[in-house]
Design a protein around this ligand. Structure first.
Ligand SMILES: [Zn+2]
Length: 433
């Protein structure tokens, strides 16, 4: 294998920050020092950059198998690597859904073949995501799955969810990810139930639908000793519920997307389905509560919910267009521009939510993600240029789809290099395969 010398940057990880070069040999960090000597190593210029553990995304839709016209594991992996991610958790709502060991192994193999990012598939909670029969948790756990989710829909039946908690509680590191929207309360809804849904004359999805499911699942996690991960939280009351439950000892974690931290229902006022997403963009008070939760650590992770849809699908009227937004290539820059630069959160808090906390939630520290940049550690690194200014252009994204809500935004900060498993997979903002 090759060696790499990452020179001139500031290393930032959960142990703190220090000015240092990083030498990578045979997939591992070999030396972290003010000036490493590295004959024959490939040099990566990190002048003015932060050298961080690779970013970890708990929530991406890679659409393969079944919707390869929207994204594939390879195109999604490229988007991830360009965004600074070295590991992603692929959701199970593919066609067919990932509910067997064979299906999970297939997605993992596609990820290895692409060779740009570690792709860790989630598995469904119920067979076919139908909400009735539980998957074989023990077999999937033995095959390496840690996050189980029917994402796209909630597990609506409380007794099924209780049984899922009971089955996963004894499995080391297993966690249930819930798409927390009460299915009957959001049926037929297209956006946040509020001023904008009224103005557009469209049925809404009330914030209370999230509150109902989160409260129910927290009660079931407490009852069973199971672990709950609240996917893409969108409402202020969710932050309160999680904060309180955690103080009572319930095993719960939560994630928020960059879009829910930066956009509100007002983005939908013009009827542009680019801004249609489930759960929906909510109001300013929700956004403020999510930001406060991120700052105080109640929100564990920033996850993209990267959800590619082809242009034709997003060109339909708001009521007919599918929900979802791209996120992998913009997440870091949106967080730096809209949250870190204005002082909503500091840089270590942002990186904690983008790397080491999500790595813990998904059990990916054992796979070498979200760990300190130190000798002997697997070399999964993201080199961030905080000064690079760029304008988001949907057509220039590596994703096979174009549905970014940030098109035209001027952002500051970008991944310059990404090192995955000791290999430079992105150099100078260019994917190497
Ligand atoms: Zn979801």
């Amino acid at each position: 294998m090759s060696s790499l010398a990452v020179r001139g940057g500031t290393v930032i990880d959960e142990t703190g920050a220090r000015r240092a070069d990083v030498l990578v040999v045979d997939g591992l960090v070999a030396e972290v020092a003010p000036a490493v000597s590295a004959e024959g190593a490939r040099e990566l210029d990190a002048t003015g950059c932060w050298v961080c553990p690779g970013l970890v995304d708990l929530h991406v839709h890679l659409r393969q198998p079944g919707a390869e016209h929207a994204e594939t594991v390879a195109t999604g992996s490229r988007a991830a690597a360009l965004g600074g991610f070295t590991a992603v958790v692929a959701m199970a709502n593919t066609l067919p859904p990932l509910d067997t060991v064979a299906a999970v192994r297939q997605v993992r193999a596609w990820g290895r073949e692409a060779g740009l990012c570690d792709v860790h598939p989630a598995a469904a909670i119920t067979v076919g995501r139908a909400g009735e029969r539980l998957v074989d948790f023990a077999a999937l756990h033995a095959a390496g799955v840690r996050l189980f989710t029917d994402d796209g829909d909630e597990v609506a039946d409380a007794a099924v969810m209780r049984a899922a908690f009971e089955a996963t509680a004894p499995l080391d590191g297993a966690v249930l990810g819930q798409h927390s929207e009460c299915a009957t309360l959001v049926a037929g809804g297209h956006l946040h139930e509020g001023d904008v849904s009224d103005a557009l004359g469209l049925r809404g999805r009330p914030a209370e639908a999230e509150e109902v499911t989160v409260a129910r699942d927290l009660a079931l996690a407490r009852l069973t000793g199971g672990r709950l991960h609240v996917l893409h939280a969108s409402a202020a009351r969710t932050v309160d519920l999680v904060r309180r439950a955690r103080a009572e000892g319930v095993a719960v974690t939560m994630e928020v997307t960059p879009q829910h931290l930066t956009l509100t229902q007002q983005a939908c006022a013009g009827g542009d389905p680019t801004f249609k997403v489930n759960p929906p963009l909510r109001d300013a008070a929700d956004l403020a509560a999510l930001r406060a939760g991120l700052a105080d650590g109640t929100v564990d992770a920033i996850a993209t919910d990267h959800a590619p849809h082809p242009p034709a699908a997003k060109a339909r009227p708001f009521a007919d267009a599918p929900p979802g937004m791209l996120g992998l290539e913009t997440a870091l820059a949106v967080v730096l521009t809209d949250l870190v630069a204005p002082g909503v959160v500091d840089l270590p808090t942002a990186l904690r939510a983008l790397s080491w906390r999500p790595a813990r939630i998904a059990g990916l520290r054992a796979a070498g993600h979200g760990r300190p940049v130190a000798p002997g550690e697997p070399a999964n690194l993201c080199v961030v240029d905080p000064g690079e200014a760029w304008v988001v252009d949907g057509a220039a994204l590596a994703s096979r789809s174009r549905n970014t809500p940030f098109a035209g935004r001027r952002l500051e900060g970008r991944a310059r290099h990404t090192v995955q498993g000791g290999e430079a997979v992105v150099v100078g903002g260019e994917a190497q395969r």
